[in-house]
Design a protein. Structure first.
Length: 382
Protein backbone atom coordinates (compact mmCIF):
# COMPACT_ATOMS: atom_id res chain seq x y z
CA UNK A 1 0.00 0.00 0.00
CA UNK A 2 1.32 3.44 -0.88
CA UNK A 3 3.40 5.73 1.31
CA UNK A 4 3.81 9.26 -0.01
CA UNK A 5 6.55 11.66 1.07
CA UNK A 6 5.93 15.36 0.54
CA UNK A 7 9.41 16.87 0.64
CA UNK A 8 11.30 20.12 0.28
CA UNK A 9 14.93 21.03 1.00
CA UNK A 10 16.74 24.33 1.47
CA UNK A 11 20.31 25.41 2.18
CA UNK A 12 21.50 28.88 3.14
CA UNK A 13 24.97 30.34 3.62
CA UNK A 14 23.95 32.07 6.85
CA UNK A 15 25.02 35.56 7.91
CA UNK A 16 28.67 35.03 8.83
CA UNK A 17 30.16 32.66 6.26
CA UNK A 18 31.29 33.56 2.76
CA UNK A 19 30.88 30.05 1.37
CA UNK A 20 28.31 27.31 1.84
CA UNK A 21 29.94 23.98 2.76
CA UNK A 22 26.59 22.25 3.42
CA UNK A 23 24.72 20.13 0.94
CA UNK A 24 21.51 18.11 0.73
CA UNK A 25 20.30 15.35 -1.52
CA UNK A 26 16.89 13.77 -2.13
CA UNK A 27 16.61 10.83 -4.51
CA UNK A 28 14.22 8.14 -5.71
CA UNK A 29 16.18 4.89 -5.46
CA UNK A 30 13.98 3.24 -8.11
CA UNK A 31 15.42 5.55 -10.77
CA UNK A 32 18.68 6.25 -8.91
CA UNK A 33 18.45 9.96 -9.70
CA UNK A 34 18.32 12.97 -7.36
CA UNK A 35 15.36 15.32 -7.54
CA UNK A 36 15.31 19.13 -7.60
CA UNK A 37 12.95 21.67 -6.07
CA UNK A 38 12.82 24.45 -8.65
CA UNK A 39 9.04 24.24 -8.75
CA UNK A 40 8.48 23.85 -5.01
CA UNK A 41 7.72 20.85 -2.82
CA UNK A 42 7.38 17.41 -4.38
CA UNK A 43 5.14 14.42 -3.65
CA UNK A 44 7.30 11.31 -3.94
CA UNK A 45 5.63 7.89 -3.75
CA UNK A 46 7.85 5.49 -1.83
CA UNK A 47 9.11 3.11 -4.51
CA UNK A 48 9.88 -0.58 -3.79
CA UNK A 49 13.60 0.31 -3.69
CA UNK A 50 13.05 3.25 -1.36
CA UNK A 51 13.75 6.97 -1.08
CA UNK A 52 16.91 8.69 0.09
CA UNK A 53 17.30 11.92 2.10
CA UNK A 54 20.71 13.32 3.08
CA UNK A 55 22.24 16.35 4.78
CA UNK A 56 26.02 16.86 4.96
CA UNK A 57 28.12 19.59 6.59
CA UNK A 58 31.60 19.91 5.10
CA UNK A 59 34.83 20.77 6.89
CA UNK A 60 38.39 21.59 5.86
CA UNK A 61 37.99 25.03 4.33
CA UNK A 62 35.67 26.53 1.75
CA UNK A 63 36.69 24.54 -1.31
CA UNK A 64 37.48 21.32 0.57
CA UNK A 65 34.39 21.33 2.78
CA UNK A 66 32.07 22.05 -0.11
CA UNK A 67 33.67 19.29 -2.16
CA UNK A 68 33.54 16.76 0.70
CA UNK A 69 29.83 17.28 1.42
CA UNK A 70 28.96 17.17 -2.29
CA UNK A 71 30.99 13.97 -2.73
CA UNK A 72 29.20 12.38 0.22
CA UNK A 73 25.80 12.74 -1.40
CA UNK A 74 26.98 11.70 -4.85
CA UNK A 75 28.95 8.67 -3.64
CA UNK A 76 26.26 7.33 -1.29
CA UNK A 77 23.68 7.51 -4.08
CA UNK A 78 26.14 5.95 -6.51
CA UNK A 79 26.79 3.08 -4.11
CA UNK A 80 23.09 2.37 -3.65
CA UNK A 81 22.43 2.59 -7.38
CA UNK A 82 25.26 0.14 -8.07
CA UNK A 83 23.84 -2.38 -5.59
CA UNK A 84 20.32 -2.18 -7.03
CA UNK A 85 21.39 -2.22 -10.70
CA UNK A 86 21.78 -6.01 -10.82
CA UNK A 87 18.98 -6.88 -8.40
CA UNK A 88 15.74 -8.24 -9.82
CA UNK A 89 13.71 -7.91 -6.63
CA UNK A 90 13.16 -5.13 -4.13
CA UNK A 91 15.46 -5.21 -1.09
CA UNK A 92 14.44 -6.62 2.26
CA UNK A 93 14.78 -4.33 5.29
CA UNK A 94 18.08 -5.95 6.29
CA UNK A 95 19.45 -5.70 2.74
CA UNK A 96 18.40 -2.04 2.65
CA UNK A 97 20.15 -1.33 5.96
CA UNK A 98 23.29 -3.15 4.79
CA UNK A 99 23.30 -1.17 1.55
CA UNK A 100 23.11 2.14 3.43
CA UNK A 101 25.97 1.05 5.72
CA UNK A 102 28.16 -0.18 2.86
CA UNK A 103 27.54 2.84 0.64
CA UNK A 104 28.45 5.23 3.44
CA UNK A 105 31.63 3.36 4.33
CA UNK A 106 32.63 3.24 0.65
CA UNK A 107 32.02 6.99 0.37
CA UNK A 108 34.36 7.53 3.31
CA UNK A 109 37.13 5.59 1.56
CA UNK A 110 36.73 7.59 -1.66
CA UNK A 111 36.78 10.96 0.12
CA UNK A 112 39.82 9.93 2.17
CA UNK A 113 41.68 8.76 -0.93
CA UNK A 114 40.87 12.00 -2.74
CA UNK A 115 42.31 14.04 0.14
CA UNK A 116 45.52 11.98 0.06
CA UNK A 117 45.85 12.32 -3.70
CA UNK A 118 45.34 16.10 -3.71
CA UNK A 119 47.35 17.84 -0.95
CA UNK A 120 45.32 21.04 -1.28
CA UNK A 121 42.36 19.08 0.13
CA UNK A 122 44.27 17.42 2.97
CA UNK A 123 42.03 17.18 6.05
CA UNK A 124 38.77 17.50 4.15
CA UNK A 125 35.74 15.78 5.61
CA UNK A 126 32.02 16.03 6.15
CA UNK A 127 29.29 15.00 8.51
CA UNK A 128 26.45 12.96 7.03
CA UNK A 129 22.95 12.21 8.25
CA UNK A 130 21.39 9.80 5.77
CA UNK A 131 17.77 8.64 5.95
CA UNK A 132 16.46 5.86 3.75
CA UNK A 133 12.73 5.14 3.53
CA UNK A 134 11.67 1.57 2.77
CA UNK A 135 7.96 0.86 3.10
CA UNK A 136 6.81 2.42 6.36
CA UNK A 137 10.22 2.46 8.07
CA UNK A 138 13.12 4.87 8.15
CA UNK A 139 16.71 3.65 8.35
CA UNK A 140 19.28 6.26 9.37
CA UNK A 141 23.06 6.30 9.04
CA UNK A 142 24.81 8.87 11.23
CA UNK A 143 28.37 10.19 10.99
CA UNK A 144 29.11 13.44 12.85
CA UNK A 145 26.70 15.93 14.40
CA UNK A 146 24.09 16.79 11.80
CA UNK A 147 20.72 15.59 13.07
CA UNK A 148 17.40 13.94 12.31
CA UNK A 149 14.17 14.69 14.19
CA UNK A 150 10.72 13.16 13.87
CA UNK A 151 7.78 15.40 14.77
CA UNK A 152 4.72 13.45 15.89
CA UNK A 153 1.64 14.66 17.76
CA UNK A 154 3.16 18.08 18.39
CA UNK A 155 6.49 16.85 19.82
CA UNK A 156 9.91 16.61 18.15
CA UNK A 157 12.22 13.76 19.10
CA UNK A 158 15.83 13.50 17.98
CA UNK A 159 16.26 10.07 16.40
CA UNK A 160 20.02 10.32 15.80
CA UNK A 161 22.83 10.70 18.32
CA UNK A 162 25.59 13.27 17.85
CA UNK A 163 29.05 11.79 17.37
CA UNK A 164 30.66 14.71 19.16
CA UNK A 165 32.98 15.34 22.07
CA UNK A 166 30.18 17.04 24.01
CA UNK A 167 27.78 14.11 23.56
CA UNK A 168 30.43 11.68 24.79
CA UNK A 169 31.24 13.80 27.85
CA UNK A 170 27.55 14.18 28.70
CA UNK A 171 27.06 10.40 28.51
CA UNK A 172 30.11 9.87 30.73
CA UNK A 173 28.74 12.31 33.31
CA UNK A 174 31.55 14.82 32.84
CA UNK A 175 29.20 17.58 31.65
CA UNK A 176 25.52 18.38 31.90
CA UNK A 177 23.60 19.01 28.65
CA UNK A 178 23.36 22.68 29.62
CA UNK A 179 27.13 22.94 30.00
CA UNK A 180 27.68 21.19 26.69
CA UNK A 181 25.51 23.74 24.88
CA UNK A 182 27.76 26.64 25.91
CA UNK A 183 31.14 24.88 25.77
CA UNK A 184 33.76 26.40 23.46
CA UNK A 185 34.54 22.81 22.30
CA UNK A 186 31.06 21.98 21.09
CA UNK A 187 32.26 22.11 17.49
CA UNK A 188 34.50 19.03 17.93
CA UNK A 189 33.14 15.90 16.26
CA UNK A 190 34.54 12.41 16.78
CA UNK A 191 33.77 11.01 13.34
CA UNK A 192 33.41 12.40 9.83
CA UNK A 193 33.57 11.03 6.32
CA UNK A 194 37.07 11.52 4.93
CA UNK A 195 39.61 12.34 7.67
CA UNK A 196 40.26 8.70 8.56
CA UNK A 197 40.60 5.64 6.32
CA UNK A 198 37.89 3.81 8.25
CA UNK A 199 34.67 4.92 9.85
CA UNK A 200 32.13 3.06 12.00
CA UNK A 201 28.63 4.29 11.24
CA UNK A 202 25.74 4.52 13.66
CA UNK A 203 22.67 2.83 12.19
CA UNK A 204 19.20 3.37 13.64
CA UNK A 205 15.61 2.89 12.52
CA UNK A 206 12.18 4.38 13.16
CA UNK A 207 8.67 3.13 12.41
CA UNK A 208 6.64 5.89 10.76
CA UNK A 209 3.04 6.89 11.34
CA UNK A 210 0.63 8.93 9.24
CA UNK A 211 1.37 12.64 9.56
CA UNK A 212 4.95 12.24 10.82
CA UNK A 213 7.40 14.95 9.75
CA UNK A 214 11.09 14.17 9.30
CA UNK A 215 13.54 17.05 9.77
CA UNK A 216 17.15 16.52 8.65
CA UNK A 217 19.41 19.47 9.42
CA UNK A 218 22.98 20.62 9.82
CA UNK A 219 24.11 22.05 13.16
CA UNK A 220 23.70 25.54 11.72
CA UNK A 221 20.01 24.97 12.45
CA UNK A 222 20.00 22.58 15.43
CA UNK A 223 22.52 24.70 17.31
CA UNK A 224 20.16 27.68 17.32
CA UNK A 225 16.63 26.27 16.99
CA UNK A 226 15.67 23.78 19.70
CA UNK A 227 13.49 20.71 19.40
CA UNK A 228 10.40 22.32 20.90
CA UNK A 229 10.63 25.17 18.38
CA UNK A 230 11.04 22.72 15.52
CA UNK A 231 7.92 20.93 16.76
CA UNK A 232 5.97 24.17 17.04
CA UNK A 233 6.87 25.35 13.56
CA UNK A 234 6.28 21.90 12.02
CA UNK A 235 2.89 21.51 13.66
CA UNK A 236 1.75 25.00 12.68
CA UNK A 237 2.87 24.88 9.05
CA UNK A 238 1.31 22.42 6.60
CA UNK A 239 3.48 23.47 3.64
CA UNK A 240 6.93 21.85 3.92
CA UNK A 241 8.39 24.53 1.64
CA UNK A 242 7.31 27.27 4.02
CA UNK A 243 8.41 25.16 6.97
CA UNK A 244 11.97 25.00 5.61
CA UNK A 245 11.97 28.75 5.02
CA UNK A 246 10.70 29.49 8.53
CA UNK A 247 13.33 27.24 10.13
CA UNK A 248 16.15 28.86 8.16
CA UNK A 249 14.81 32.34 8.91
CA UNK A 250 14.67 31.52 12.62
CA UNK A 251 18.34 30.49 12.62
CA UNK A 252 19.38 33.57 10.64
CA UNK A 253 17.38 35.81 12.96
CA UNK A 254 19.58 34.51 15.80
CA UNK A 255 22.77 35.46 14.02
CA UNK A 256 23.19 32.73 11.40
CA UNK A 257 26.84 32.06 12.36
CA UNK A 258 27.03 28.90 10.24
CA UNK A 259 25.62 27.46 7.04
CA UNK A 260 22.03 26.25 7.49
CA UNK A 261 20.53 23.27 5.71
CA UNK A 262 17.22 21.53 6.26
CA UNK A 263 15.25 18.76 4.55
CA UNK A 264 11.60 18.52 5.62
CA UNK A 265 9.52 15.42 4.74
CA UNK A 266 5.88 14.85 5.67
CA UNK A 267 4.61 11.29 5.36
CA UNK A 268 1.10 10.22 4.37
CA UNK A 269 -0.69 7.49 2.49
CA UNK A 270 -2.70 4.33 3.07
CA UNK A 271 0.49 2.41 3.84
CA UNK A 272 0.88 4.20 7.18
CA UNK A 273 -1.06 3.59 10.38
CA UNK A 274 -2.29 6.42 12.55
CA UNK A 275 -0.23 7.15 15.64
CA UNK A 276 -1.26 5.78 19.03
CA UNK A 277 -0.15 6.40 22.58
CA UNK A 278 1.88 3.18 22.57
CA UNK A 279 4.15 4.20 19.69
CA UNK A 280 7.73 5.07 20.49
CA UNK A 281 9.85 7.75 18.82
CA UNK A 282 13.54 8.18 19.48
CA UNK A 283 17.03 6.83 19.04
CA UNK A 284 16.80 3.07 18.35
CA UNK A 285 19.89 1.20 17.17
CA UNK A 286 19.48 -1.27 14.34
CA UNK A 287 21.39 -4.49 15.18
CA UNK A 288 23.74 -4.84 12.24
CA UNK A 289 27.37 -5.99 12.13
CA UNK A 290 29.98 -3.35 11.39
CA UNK A 291 28.12 -0.52 13.12
CA UNK A 292 28.42 1.22 16.49
CA UNK A 293 25.78 -1.19 17.84
CA UNK A 294 28.43 -3.91 18.12
CA UNK A 295 30.77 -1.65 20.11
CA UNK A 296 28.25 -0.51 22.72
CA UNK A 297 25.73 -3.32 23.27
CA UNK A 298 27.79 -5.17 25.93
CA UNK A 299 29.09 -2.17 27.88
CA UNK A 300 26.24 -0.26 29.51
CA UNK A 301 27.37 2.95 31.21
CA UNK A 302 26.07 3.85 34.65
CA UNK A 303 25.81 7.65 34.43
CA UNK A 304 26.99 9.78 37.29
CA UNK A 305 24.56 11.85 39.29
CA UNK A 306 23.58 15.01 37.39
CA UNK A 307 25.30 18.21 38.48
CA UNK A 308 24.03 21.75 38.61
CA UNK A 309 24.87 23.34 35.25
CA UNK A 310 27.31 26.22 35.05
CA UNK A 311 25.53 29.22 33.60
CA UNK A 312 27.51 31.13 31.00
CA UNK A 313 27.02 32.66 27.60
CA UNK A 314 28.05 30.45 24.70
CA UNK A 315 31.18 31.42 22.83
CA UNK A 316 30.81 31.86 19.06
CA UNK A 317 30.89 28.42 17.48
CA UNK A 318 33.66 27.77 15.00
CA UNK A 319 33.46 25.34 12.08
CA UNK A 320 33.26 21.64 12.90
CA UNK A 321 36.59 19.87 13.28
CA UNK A 322 38.12 16.63 14.52
CA UNK A 323 39.75 16.58 17.99
CA UNK A 324 43.45 17.28 18.48
CA UNK A 325 45.76 14.73 20.12
CA UNK A 326 45.42 16.50 23.48
CA UNK A 327 41.63 16.50 23.20
CA UNK A 328 41.64 12.82 22.26
CA UNK A 329 43.76 12.16 25.36
CA UNK A 330 41.21 14.01 27.52
CA UNK A 331 38.45 11.95 25.92
CA UNK A 332 40.31 8.70 26.60
CA UNK A 333 40.66 9.68 30.27
CA UNK A 334 36.93 10.35 30.46
CA UNK A 335 36.25 7.01 28.80
CA UNK A 336 38.46 5.27 31.39
CA UNK A 337 36.55 6.96 34.19
CA UNK A 338 33.29 5.82 32.63
CA UNK A 339 34.66 2.30 32.18
CA UNK A 340 35.19 2.07 35.93
CA UNK A 341 31.42 2.39 36.26
CA UNK A 342 30.63 -0.23 33.62
CA UNK A 343 29.51 -3.57 35.01
CA UNK A 344 27.90 -6.77 33.72
CA UNK A 345 24.12 -6.65 33.78
CA UNK A 346 24.01 -9.82 35.95
CA UNK A 347 26.34 -8.51 38.67
CA UNK A 348 23.59 -7.99 41.35
CA UNK A 349 22.38 -11.57 40.86
CA UNK A 350 25.92 -12.93 41.25
CA UNK A 351 26.48 -10.99 44.47
CA UNK A 352 23.16 -12.20 45.87
CA UNK A 353 23.97 -15.85 45.13
CA UNK A 354 27.37 -15.50 46.74
CA UNK A 355 25.78 -14.11 49.89
CA UNK A 356 23.37 -17.06 50.04
CA UNK A 357 26.02 -19.79 49.76
CA UNK A 358 28.61 -18.17 52.05
CA UNK A 359 27.22 -19.79 55.32
CA UNK A 360 27.22 -23.21 53.64
CA UNK A 361 30.84 -22.77 52.57
CA UNK A 362 31.82 -21.82 56.14
CA UNK A 363 30.05 -24.91 57.50
CA UNK A 364 31.77 -27.19 55.02
CA UNK A 365 35.14 -25.69 55.91
CA UNK A 366 34.50 -26.36 59.62
CA UNK A 367 33.54 -29.96 58.91
CA UNK A 368 36.70 -30.44 56.85
CA UNK A 369 38.89 -29.03 59.63
CA UNK A 370 37.18 -31.27 62.22
CA UNK A 371 37.71 -34.31 60.02
CA UNK A 372 41.40 -33.54 59.68
CA UNK A 373 41.79 -33.09 63.48
CA UNK A 374 39.93 -36.36 64.20
CA UNK A 375 42.14 -38.24 61.73
CA UNK A 376 45.33 -36.85 63.29
CA UNK A 377 44.15 -37.81 66.83
CA UNK A 378 43.32 -41.37 65.73
CA UNK A 379 46.70 -41.83 64.13
CA UNK A 380 48.46 -40.52 67.25
CA UNK A 381 46.66 -43.08 69.50
CA UNK A 382 47.90 -45.94 67.36
Amino acid sequence: RPVVARVFALTDVGRSREHNEDTFLVADLETGRPVGFDDGALDLPASPRGLLFLVADGMGGAASGELASSMAGTLVLEGLRRQWSQATTAPSPEQFAEALRDSTMAANVRIHEHAREFPEHRGMGTTATIAGLLGDRLFLVQVGDSRAYVVRDGAAQQITKDQSLMQRLVEAGELTPEEAEVSDRRNIILQALGPEAQVTVDLTHQQLRKGDTLILCSDGLSGLVKADEIAQLSTGESDVRMLCRKLVDRANHRGGPDNITVVAVRFDGAGLLSSSGQDSVGYTAYPLAGTLFEQTRDTPIVPRAPRTPIKSDPAPKQGVRMPTRAERRDLDESEQAASAQRRPLVEPDVAERRARVRPLLVLLACVAVAAVVWTVVQLARR
